[in-house]
Design a protein around this ligand. Sequence first.
Ligand code: SAM
Length: 204
Amino acid sequence: MDKNIWDFWANRYDRLWVQKKSLKPTREYVKDIIRKEWMEGARSLLDLGCGPGELIRSVRQDLREMAITGVDLSEGMLQVSKRTNPDSRHVLMDAEDLNELNEDYDLISCTHSLPYYRNKGKVITRIADRLKPGGKLIIAFASGNTTYDKLALSLVKLTTGPAGYPSDREFRDMVEGVFTVENRHVIRESFYMPTIAVYTLRRL
Ligand SMILES: C[S@@+](CC[C@H](N)C(=O)[O-])C[C@H]1O[C@@H](n2cnc3c(N)ncnc32)[C@H](O)[C@@H]1O
């Protein structure tokens, strides 16, 4: 059911109104972090829940030598990403099965995908297992911190199917013992948007 909803959005994704207020500013911020990590020596990136591959394309434009793998559960999304990013590896997979990948990465990015994972804690552990020692997770998601956030996100949920938007406290509890939080940044494009949090985490 949730997989089908993403197949439905795959060819319409670049026209969503949230591109301007949420997805694009998130991508730009995450790309800046990836660029900084590249300067520090990171050479491989897994983009988890890559969708139609917009972040992959954007990173690729700057960092041509970065080895990038996109993972997504939706075949439709992956097809679009493969067309856009023919030189990146793509794997059709549920985030909960990341242990089946036979590679470890310097960086894992995950933007606006965590809310849709049924067992978020399990995915966080899987991500940590796929990172090289000292590797980093850059994760962004709409975060239900305030009553307004929760109200706004209940409307978003109507277009995505089942979702859970962790608050800052819930997310920190989720990653405790697995990651250390290096940074948290909030993207604020408009007063009416819910909190969009971007965390940079280092594997413990
Ligand atoms: C809102 S889109 C985000 C796409 C892209 N990362 C972005 O920031 O624009 C959510 C993506 O997460 C993927 N997704 C949802 N549940 C997933 C799961 N359990 N495993 C892997 N991908 C999943 C969906 O197929 C969809 O492509």
